[in-house]
Design a binder for this molecule. Structure first.
Ligand SMILES: [Zn+2]
Ligand SMILES: [Zn+2]
Length: 139
C-alpha cells in the first residue's frame, strides 16, 4: 500500500477547472473498463478514489453528464478534459478524479488493476500488481 499525499492539486488542460484534494485517496487503480475508455479516449485510465467531499473544485466546475443512472462524469466544458466520476462504490458515495490530471502525476502510482477482463489485448502493463475482474475488494 502506497502512502498517498493528502494534498494534491490538478486541473484540466486549459486551466478553467482546478481542484485540490482534502483527503488521501482511499484507492488508486488502473481502470480497464470500456466506459472509462470511451469517456476519456484512452486505452486505460489511472483513477483515484475519494470518499464524498475528498475533491474540492477551486476554480470553475466540471460539466456533469449522467453516463448511467446515478453516475455522473465531469469534464471541462471549455477544453473537454475528463475530470471526475461520481457515483456509489460499495454503498458509499465517492468521487474519482484522474492521476493524469494532477500537477504531479508521479505522486500517485496505481497499486492494482480493475476490470482487467475488459483490457485491450494490445495494451498491457508489465507489473505484478493485483488484477481484478471488476472493482477491487473494499479493503
Ligand atoms: Zn479546460
Ligand atoms: Zn472504469
Amino acid at each position: 500500500m502506497h502512502d498517498y499525499p493528502e494534498k494534491l492539486t490538478g486541473g484540466c488542460l486549459c486551466g478553467a477547472v482546478r481542484f485540490e484534494t482534502t483527503a488521501k485517496p482511499f484507492k488508486v487503480a488502473y481502470c480497464h473498463c470500456s466506459s472509462c475508455r470511451k469517456a476519456t479516449a484512452a486505452p486505460v485510465l489511472a483513477i483515484m478514489l475519494f470518499y464524498e467531499g475528498g475533491v474540492r473544485f477551486t476554480r470553475g466546475a466540471p460539466k456533469r453528464y449522467e453516463s448511467s443512472p446515478g453516475v455522473f462524469r465531469g469534464h471541462c466544458s471549455n477544453c473537454g478534459t475528463p475530470l471526475s466520476w461520481e457515483g456509489m462504490w460499495h454503498d458509499k458515495p465517492i468521487i474519482e478524479t484522474y492521476v493524469a490530471c494532477l500537477d504531479d502525476p508521479q505522486a500517485c502510482a496505481p497499486d492494482r488493476h480493475g476490470f482487467i477482463d475488459e483490457r485491450l489485448s494490445w495494451f498491457d502493463v508489465a507489473d505484478d500488481l493485483p488484477r481484478y475482474s471488476g472493482t477491487s475488494p473494499e479493503s
